[in-house]
Design a protein around this ligand. Sequence first.
Ligand SMILES: Cc1ncc(C[n+]2csc(CCOP(=O)(O)OP(=O)(O)O)c2C)c(N)n1
Ligand SMILES: [Mg+2]
Length: 626
Amino acid sequence: MATIRLTAAQALVRFLAAQRVERDGATHRFFGGCFGIFGHGNVAGIGQALLQHPDLLPYHQGRNEQAMVHAAVGYARMRNRLGALACTSSIGPGATNMVTGAALATINRLPVLLLPGDVFAGHVPDPVLQQIEVPWAGYESGDAVFRPVSRYFERLSRPEQVIPAALQAMRVLTSAVETGAVTLSFPQDVQAEAFDCPADFLSERTWHVARAVPEPDELAAAVEAIRGSKRPLVVAGGGVIYSEATGPLRAFCEATGIPVGETQAGKGSLPYDHPSNLGAIGATGTFAANRVAASADLVIGIGTRYSDFTTASKTAFRDPGVRFVNVNVADFDAAKHAGLRVVGDARVALEQLTEALEGWWVEDGYRAEAARLNEEWDAEVDRLYTLGHGPLPAQSEVIGAVNDAAGAAGIIVCAAGAMPGDLHKLWRTRDPKGYHVEYGYSCMGYEIPGGLGVKMAAPERDVYVLVGDGSYLMMPGELVTAVQEGVKLTVVLVDNHGFNSIGALSRSLGLDGFGTQYRYARNGTPVLDGDEHPPAQLPLDLEQNAASLGATARRVATIDDLREALEHAKSDRQTTVIVVEVDRYEGVPGYESWWDVPVAEVSELESVQRVREEYEAARATERRYL
Ligand SMILES: Cc1ncc(C[n+]2csc(CCOP(=O)(O)OP(=O)(O)O)c2C)c(N)n1
Ligand SMILES: [Mg+2]
């Protein structure tokens, strides 16, 4: 067998560059490149390998390791999991900085390959700079913290271990069931150590992404359940979009008249104005979806993990006899709520269900009810888009202006704060990939790096990043990367002087917005909303901040100015940040739903005692689906 003498890092880089992925006959290169920040834990190993063959894996410099992983997640989601980026870091803090990104990727079931550096496998110079010593386990290192947040973890203690580990990594990354963060912890000495690498390991390899066909008995049981239902409702999750099942979903709805509620990851499964689309479902849902959910007798979950936001903490589905049919590639998700499992690919399952249900449809009145609710909801969106609120505009009007600017081809990116809930309700989706809200981990700081990854995956589309002032301050650094890489983003920075979402949550829990505003600290006195003499706001100049990082930055005061600035940004070739201040008290209401956040059972605060009573009443409506 022919071999080539390579370092472990060189072998891995050459292997990654040779991986391809194929679904439905279309084949692509899997890795689009490698983000990296170098330190002593990776510069001489992976750094050397990337430098030696820059054509193999294009290198992108990041500002923060967590942000590199966010960018890789944005990229993978935009590619419907058929493409990914690798991330290399040094040891110690560089490595552990990626842990949050790993958790985010895993929870959202999106493939990222993480290559944190690790301490010397040979342990000769121990302890090296940044080495966490575990007194009871000499072999253990800080990289062990990746284990619970990775779908596959391996420590490469010898160079030849690259071979089985890399093959396992590819198996997991390209598996719809198992995908998430894959971590190959790479000791700094092993990266640079040579071995006789089999030439075959480096040759082009294509990974087929299967479309699992549901078992006939499971499908038949689902068909029977649907035929026996009066008010069935589809809950469309991210799996519909990743499996490119939006066309078959539409055909299924048009044939059967079954309406659809969308999760955050599933938003865009149907266009917003399709008569079967009830829009967002659950805690951040529309009245349209939540009303139908309340009386649905059969919930057909497709590609959803049923987070508490989707089920409104298990209060959304109120019919006493409600049952679940769950179409999912992962048995783990299909089994939720004691559902009838249909384990398989969303697209295949929808096509088969449509065929098996031919000639069956819901009562005309139910179909008409959905179409009417779709229109009524859109009127509510119109109202909120055009409130004309003053002197500061409302956040819903900002969303309306960005939605108009984005049109059908633009992509909205967001992750945390008050915006994801408002976007879930109000964003008019016109394209399955036009809505990108990371709400599995809802990680503050994802917005700008996530948007960067989206744009790298789809350079031909305009990417709009909506980011709160709190999220912006956590992670603005990747604006520099966007400028450096010539990747254009249009960032709308919504300034409300702090954590508005948590402020509103805090007020609803009787806590008066404690600790959620950006104000000077006053010794020992909590900063409360209702305070007659609240300390002054912090002198932040977010526009100058963005400008200092290389973006074109503007502050606008009105919605008209925002529209004008968005129009202007379209012709600008570089990244723009538009700062707009909104009225923090003019929020979008909730629509007939609830979210379980525990309230103190005993408290000296009268406001909390009152809320506790309401909480106990609401809690009583929370149920188990068995
Ligand atoms: C990393 C991280 N820390 C904390 C939270 C909890 N959290 C959710 S929203 C939020 C405030 C977000 O503030 P901002 O970005 O200004 O958005 P706003 O709430 O004002 O809309 C916080 C602290 C989180 N989601 N992510
Ligand atoms: Mg804010």
